[in-house]
Design a protein around this ligand. Structure first.
Ligand code: KG4
Ligand code: ZN
Length: 361
């Protein structure tokens, strides 16, 4: 087991050039375009957000029931310059005032990532500023630094988004050990698929949450999956299939389905598993700070469940505001600051890496 844990330790060690450690204040322009949000932000010292501009494409993708990669790339190209200009204007700053330009370079949709990476490289090169490549998940984790000035590693973090479900030990800034991850669907993906099945549309998370408010979370006993011998791994394909089977079975028997009860029972099954695994890790590793991150972290049932579970164990619980949970560039600026301090800068060969793993460079 110890050997296995060791093998799972993944260290983020910096992109490209090492320019030596930097000291003190830094204002960073950050760009995020990994999925369907075109975003730019100006962040001072990793914790103070001077501007946070997000241009969402959700309305466009809703027509198709999910993100269409080609449309996402095209819209990023159309919007990115204006989003960056707005972020500088709102911060009351110019490009010359920036100490570095940061950009998400993976994981995500390759075409979407490329737009941000090419833009960041062009701006950094033209303005003579250092470039910082940021891992998207590291950004989500770092969103917790923005409103919680006292939060410092070590802490545990549950990252739950549309593409990822990771239970991570944040050992230090930029140093992570992945304790567990999903074996199939990400938590957000399960919300999106179930929402589609009960006809709620895209994006599913907020719609399930809203429908669940009118429902009974104990109405239907959906499964809470465990992965044998891997207490911190997750599997959400079973609960998703159980919901689909329940709907089909009810229809065949002409039993009317109560969407709100399905939504509430599904949401409860997913959050129960997330909280149980999270607390098992907190107890084993005896770490008294726990954070959540990613789009699903804005779910109120998950937040209040985590809050109670942490309080019962004397653990301090952290979560970002909703605006910093879903994709944004402020979180990328927060993560980039610690790369900046460590002197971890990217070369001009920085490329989009759609399958970038946490810990890989
Ligand atoms: O972090 P994010 O904006 O993008 C990724 O990096 O994936 O997360 C988006 C995901 C979607 O699957 C969406 O349905 C889910 O987060 N989500 C939620 C809620 N808000 C967004 N899931 C559950 N409850 C919510 N309130
Ligand atoms: Zn994300």
């Amino acid at each position: 087991m110890a050997e296995e844990k060791q093998a799972d330790t993944e260290i983020l060690s910096g992109v490209g050039k090492m320019a030596g450690e930097k000291q003190g204040d830094a204002v960073i322009l950050a760009i995020e375009s990994s999925c369907d949000e075109t975003a730019a932000a100006v962040v001072r010292n990793g914790r103070e957000v001077l501007s946070n501009i997000i241009s969402s494409q959700i309305d466009l993708h809703t027509l198709y029931g999910g993100v269409v990669p080609e449309i996402a790339s095209r819209k990023h190209i159309e919007r990115i310059n204006q989003v960056i200009e707005e972020s500088l204007a709102e911060a009351g700053m110019a490009l010359e005032d920036m100490d570095a330009i940061a950009v998400t370079y993976g994981p995500g949709l390759v075409g979407a990532l490329l737009v941000g990476v090419a833009e960041a490289k062009a701006i950094a090169y033209a303005a003579g500023k250092p470039l910082i490549g940021v891992h998207h998940i590291e950004g989500h984790i770092s969103a917790n630094y923005i409103e919680n000035k006292e939060l410092k590693p070590p802490f545990l973090c549950l990252v739950v988004s549309g593409g990822h479900t990771h239970l991570v030990k944040v050992k230090d800034y930029g140093v992570y050990e992945i304790l567990g991850r999903t074996r199939d669907d990400a938590a957000g993906e399960a919300f999106d698929k179930v929402a589609r099945a009960i006809g709620l549309g895209y994006p599913g998370g907020p719609k399930i949450e809203k429908a669940a408010r009118e429902g009974n979370s104990r109405a239907i006993a959906f499964p809470r999956a465990k992965v044998a011998e891997h207490p911190y791994d997750f599997s959400f394909s079973g609960v998703k299939s159980a919901v689909l089977n329940y709907i089909n079975g009810s229809r065949m028997k002409n039993i009317p389905i109560v969407e709100a009860d399905i939504a509430a029972s599904f949401q409860q099954a997913v959050t129960d598993v997330l909280i149980e695994h999270a607390m098992a890790a907190a107890e084993e590793f005896q770490i008294d700070q726990f954070a959540i991150a990613g789009g699903v972290a804005s779910n109120q049932t998950l937040r209040s469940g985590m809050e109670v579970a942490c309080r019962e164990r004397g653990i301090k619980f952290y979560h970002p505001s909703q605006i910093f949970c879903t994709d944004n560039a402020a979180m990328i600026g927060a993560a980039a600051y610690y790369e900046y301090l460590a002197g971890k800068f990217a070369g001009w060969d920085l490329n989009a890496m759609p399958n970038l793993k946490l810990g890989e460079r």
